[in-house]
Design a protein around this ligand. Structure first.
Ligand code: SF4
Ligand code: SF4
Length: 172
């Protein structure tokens, strides 16, 4: 028994003068890796327009079905989400939605400070998720590279896009 006590004291003495490895959170913030999968945001194009085209892929891939969205079309032809909700009380931060998104709209961030005392406050709406920044893809703009005609851009006017072929000219 004395031997066990001495072993315990020996371990205590070994660590007593070392720097503590614990953080005095929240006064002292931990260093979070940039690829940490935390709070989800909906990013914007470099021109400030929303990136999400309401394709439902993130909703389809989500393993816990915590994304709920509804598509609509704007008068200028852009397809956007009229409604985009994420229930963070169910989200497991797997990142599948970010992987599936074809426009880099939905992105996970290193922000982990989302605790709440009421479950209902973990239901985030589009206005809570949308940010004006571009996130991890500062140059990308889906509407500039897509072949979809929208207000101010006709078919064939996208980046690296050829004008549409006149199929009648191919007829014999
Ligand atoms: S991180 Fe995973 S669980 Fe959370 S919304 Fe995205 S797909 Fe769903
Ligand atoms: S966030 Fe991405 S995957 Fe989800 S609906 Fe919008 S464009 Fe599609």
């Amino acid at each position: 028994m004395i031997r066990d006590l001495l072993t315990g004291l020996q371990i205590t003495a070994k660590y007593i003068f070392r720097r503590p490895i614990t953080f005095e959170y929240p006064e002292e913030k931990p260093i979070i890796p940039p690829r940490w999968r935390g709070r989800i945001v909906l990013t914007s194009d470099p021109d400030g327009e929303e990136r999400c085209v309401a394709c439902y892929l993130c909703q389809a891939v989500c393993p816990v079905q915590c994304i709920d969205l509804q598509a609509t079309h704007r008068p200028d032809g852009r397809r956007v989400a009229a409604k985009f909700d994420i229930n963070f009380a169910r989200c497991i931060f797997c990142g599948f939605c970010e992987e599936a998104c074809p426009t880099y709209a939905i992105q996970l961030t290193p922000d982990f400070e989302m605790s709440a005392t009421e479950r209902s406050s973990l239901l985030y709406h589009k206005e809570d998720l949308q940010i004006s920044g571009t996130g991890k893809h500062p140059e990308y703009s889906f509407w500039k590279v897509s072949g979809v005609a929208i207000g101010g851009k006709d078919k064939g006017q996208g980046l690296n896009e050829e004008p549409p072929t006149n199929y009648r000219s191919n007829m014999p």
